[in-house]
Write a protein that binds this ligand. Structure first.
Ligand code: COA
Ligand code: AMP
Length: 631
C-alpha cells in the first residue's frame, strides 16, 4: 500500500490498523480493546492485554532461532574496545541482572533510576527492569547531581543503577561522586545502589547501601519475565518543561512495543537481522527507542557507540562504524554531521571505508538545515531523511516512511505525518490554518500507540501542559506550517525550550539558576543561533543595585553555577551584564526580540515595549560577546 492509502487507513480505522500491527508482538493475554476511550482525554491502547517487553525484545528471538545472531555491539573508541552480545548472551546477562535487582527487592511497579554512560550495562539494566515489570528512569550522564536529585524525588526509586565513570573524549568523568551527592541532596532515599566498576575509575562503595554489579551478578539466579498489563508503565523519561521542574514522560508497555516494532519496517525500512545504529545516548528518548527497544523488538543488531562524531579519534568515526559492522541504517542528529563537515568538508576520511551495506541516514532532534542535508546527500549518496519527533511521542510524528513509500524530499521539511498522527496547524481560535500559514502544531487525539499516556503521577500537569490549549488536541510546543502537498515545516518552539546539539533544554531552568546568584537582580536566557550546535544559551543579567564587583568574576561564577546545577550538557558559557532588560509595559521580558538581535536578524520594534532605547544597549552588550553581528 502507498503512503496516502496507509495514512488514510490509520485515520479511518485506527483500531483495525493498530490491531493488525499488534499481531507482531507476543502477548500473554490478548487485549479487550485496541483503543480504550472510556476515560477521555486519557486514551489507552490495548487495555486488558498482557505482555512483557523484554520477552519480546530478547527471549522470543532466542526461541525463534536468532540466539546466535548479534543483538548488541558496543563500539567504544574512547576505551579502544568492542564488545559483542548475541541474543542468547544478552538474554543471559539481562536475566542475571534482573535477578540482581530482584535480590535487592525490586518487584513489578517499583522504580529504578539508571544513571549510566554508554556501556552495554545501561541497556542490560533497562531490559532487566522491563523483565521484572519494574519501571526504569534513565538519567542522562551529562546532568548535574541536582538534576538527578530532582528526578530521584519525583520517581522515588527503590534502587539506583550506575557506573564508576563515563568517558567524554579523553576525559574520565566519575559518576559515583555525582550519584552520592544526588542521594545526599534528595529527600527520597533509594534503598540500594548497584554500581558497575569500570577499569578507568574505581568508585568508592558505601557499606550496606552500594552493591557491586559484577559480584552480585555472579551469585544471582536468573529471573524470568513477569507479565504486565499493556497499560502498565515501562519507563519514565524526564524532559525539560517550561519551568525548572522536568516532566516525567510515561511510556506504557503495550502501545510502545507495537509502535516500536511497526516503525522499524515502515519508517526505517529495516528487516530483522539488519544492523541498525542510532548514534545518540541512552539518556535521551532516541536512545531508549532506537538504541535499545525498537531494534531489539525487531530482531536487528543494534550498535551502542561510546564516542563522538569527531575527535574519537577523527571525523571518519561514523564511516568506520558503518563499514566495520555493516550498518544498513543510521540515525543521528544534524549537529553531528555539522561537526564532521566542519572538520572534514571534503569527506576525505570516507574514502577509506566500504559503505556498500549502508542504505539510508535518518536525522532528528532538531531541524535539519538544507546545507547539512545537501552535504550528507552528496557525501553518502543514499537517501537522507529528516524526521520530526519528541520525547513525549517516543517515535516519529512526521517522516518520509521509507518502508511504505519513498516520497520526494523537500529540504527543510521532515515530510508528512506518520500514519496514526492527525497533525493539524491551528490558529489561536482553534481553526485549521490554510496551507503555508504558520500556527501551533497540534495532534488531534487520540495519538497513536507509544505516545505518552500521561506524566508520572501528575495527570493534572499532563492535561495543563499538553491538552488544555485546544480541547481534543495535544500541543506539541512547536510552531510551523503544512504546505499544499501536506508536507510539514517545523519552524520554532512556542515555549522556552531551546535545542542545543539536539539536546532539549529549558531557558527557564537556566534563568532560575542565574537568579539564585546573590548578585543577580534579574536575567533572561535566550537560544542564540550557533553554526555547530544549532542553538547555544546566552544569558543577559542585571546586577543588584550596589554590587560593584568585577563583571568578569560574576560572569565566571554564573557559568560555573549553571554547570554545577544543571550540568555540562547545558553548554552554558556566554553571559553578559547589562543595565536593564527590554520589557513590555506589563513587565514581560522581550526574549524573542533579544534572540533576533543576537542572531543579527531584522526585528520589528515591539509595539508594547516600555523603552525602545534599551534595544541599542542590548545590541552593544551582545556585540561584546560575539553576537548581534549583521549578516
Ligand atoms: N556525561 C558527562 N558529560 C557529558 C556527557 C555525559 N554523558 N555528554 C556530554 N557531556 C558534556 C561534554 O563533555 C561537554 O562538556 P564540556 O562543556 O566540558 O566540553 C558538554 O557536556 C556538552 O556536550 P555535547 O553537547 O556532546 O557537546 P560536545 O562539544 O562535546 O560535542 C557534538 C558536540 C556536536 C559533537 C555532540 O553534541 C554530538 O555528537 N551530538 C550528537 C547528537 C546527539 O547525540 N543528539 C542527541 C539526540 S539525537
Ligand atoms: P526531544 O524531546 O529532546 O526529542 O526534543 C523534541 C523537540 O526537538 C521537538 O519538539 C522539536 O522542537 C525539535 N525537533 C526534533 N526533531 C526535529 C526535526 N526533525 N525538525 C525540527 N525540529 C525537531
Amino acid at each position: 500500500m502507498n503512503y496516502k492509502d496507509t495514512y488514510a487507513r490509520s485515520m479511518d480505522d485506527p483500531e483495525g490498523f493498530w490491531g493488525d500491527a499488534a499481531a507482531d508482538i507476543d502477548w500473554y493475554k490478548p487485549w479487550d480493546k485496541v483503543l480504550d476511550s472510556s476515560n477521555k482525554p486519557f486514551y489507552r491502547w490495548f487495555s486488558g492485554g498482557e505482555l512483557n517487553t523484554c520477552y519480546n525484545a530478547i527471549d522470543r528471538h532466542v526461541l525463534n532461532g536468532r540466539g546466535d545472531q548479534l543483538a548488541l555491539i558496543h563500539d567504544s573508541p574512547v576505551t579502544d574496545s568492542q564488545t559483542r552480545y548475541t541474543y542468547s548472551e544478552l538474554l543471559d546477562a539481562v536475566a542475571k541482572f534482573a535477578g540482581v535487582l530482584a535480590e535487592q527487592g525490586v518487584v513489578k511497579g517499583d522504580r529504578v533510576i539508571v544513571y549510566m554512560p554508554m556501556i552495554p550495562e545501561a541497556a542490560i539494566a533497562m531490559l532487566a527492569c522491563a523483565r521484572l515489570g519494574a519501571i526504569h528512569s534513565v538519567v542522562f550522564g551529562g546532568f548535574a547531581a541536582k538534576e538527578l536529585a530532582t528526578r530521584i524525588n519525583d520517581a522515588k526509586p527503590k534502587v539506583m543503577v550506575s557506573a564508576s565513570c563515563g568517558i567524554e573524549g579523553k576525559r574520565v568523568i566519575e559518576y559515583k561522586p555525582l550519584l552520592d551527592e544526588a542521594i545526599e541532596l534528595s529527600e527520597h532515599k533509594p534503598d540500594k545502589s548497584v554500581i558497575f566498576q569500570r577499569p578507568q575509575a574505581t568508585a568508592a562503595m558505601q557499606e550496606g547501601r552500594d552493591v557491586d554489579w559484577a559480584s552480585a551478578a555472579q551469585s544471582a539466579a536468573a529471573a524470568d519475565c513477569v507479565p504486565v498489563a499493556a497499560t502498565d508503565p515501562l519507563y519514565i523519561l524526564y524532559t525539560s518543561g517550561t519551568t525548572g521542574v522536568p516532566k516525567g514522560v510515561v511510556r506504557d508497555n503495550g502501545g510502545h512495543a507495537v509502535a516500536m516494532k511497526w516503525s522499524m519496517k515502515n519508517i526505517y525500512n529495516v528487516d530483522p537481522g539488519d544492523v541498525f545504529w542510532a548514534a545518540s545516548d541512552v539518556g535521551w528518548v532516541v536512545g531508549h527507542s532506537y538504541i535499545v527497544y525498537a531494534p531489539l523488538l525487531h530482531g536487528c543488531t543494534t550498535i551502542m557507540f561510546e564516542g563522538k562524531p569527531v575527535g574519537t579519534p577523527d571525523p571518519g568515526a561514523f564511516w568506520r562504524v558503518i563499514s566495520e559492522h555493516g550498518v544498513s541504517v543510521m540515525f543521528t542528529a544534524p549537529t553531528a554531521f555539522r561537526a564532521i563537515k566542519r572538520e572534514d568538508p571534503e569527506a576525505e576520511y570516507l574514502k577509506k571505508y566500504d559503505m556498500s551495506k549502508f542504505k539510508a541516514l535518518f536525522l532528528a532532534g532538531e531541524r535539519c538545515d538544507p546545507d547539512t542535508l545537501a552535504w550528507a546527500q552528496n557525501t553518502l549518496k543514499v537517501p537522507v531523511i529528516d524526521h520530526w519527533w519528541q520525547t513525549e511521542t517516543g517515535w516519529g510524528i512526521a517522516a518520509n516512511c521509507m518502508g511504505i513509500e519513498e516520497l520526494p524530499v523537500k529540504p527543510g521539511s521532515p515530510t508528512c505525518a506518520v500514519p496514526g498522527y492527525d497533525v493539524q496547524i491551528l490558529d489561536e481560535n482553534g481553526n485549521e490554518e490554510t496551507p503555508g500559514q504558520i500556527g501551533r502544531i497540534m495532534i488531534k487525539l487520540p495519538m497513536p500507540p507509544g505516545c505518552l499516556p500521561t506524566l508520572w503521577q501528575n495527570d493534572d500537569r499532563y492535561v495543563d501542559s499538553y491538552l488544555s490549549a485546544q480541547k481534543g488536541y495535544y500541543l506539541t510546543g512547536d510552531a510551523g506550517y503544512k504546505d499544499e502537498d501536506g508536507y510539514l515545516w517545523i519552524m520554532s518552539r512556542i515555549d522556552d525550550i531551546i535545542n542545543v546539539a539536539g539536546h532539549r533544554l529549558s531557558t527557564g531552568g537556566m534563568e532560575e539558576v542565574l537568579s539564585s546568584h546573590p548578585d543577580v537582580a534579574e536575567c533572561g536566557v535566550i537560544g542564540a543561533a550557533d553554526q555547530l550546535k544549532g542553538e547555544l544559551p546566552v544569558g543577559l543579567v542585571v546586577l543588584k543595585a550596589g554590587v560593584n564587583r568585577d563583571d568578569d568574576e560574576i560572569v565566571a561564577e554564573l557559568v560555573s553555577l549553571v554547570r554545577q546545577k544543571i550540568g555540562p550538557v547545558a553548554a552554558f558559557k556566554k553571559v553578559v551584564v547589562v543595565d536593564r532588560l527590554p520589557k513590555t509595559r506589563s513587565g514581560k521580558i522581550l526574549r524573542g526580540t533579544m534572540k533576533k538581535i543576537a542572531d543579527g536578524e531584522a526585528y520589528n520594534m515591539p509595539a508594547t515595549i516600555d523603552d525602545p532605547t534599551i534595544l541599542d544597549e542590548i545590541t552593544e552588550a551582545l556585540l561584546r560577546i560575539g553576537y548581534a553581528q549583521k549578516h
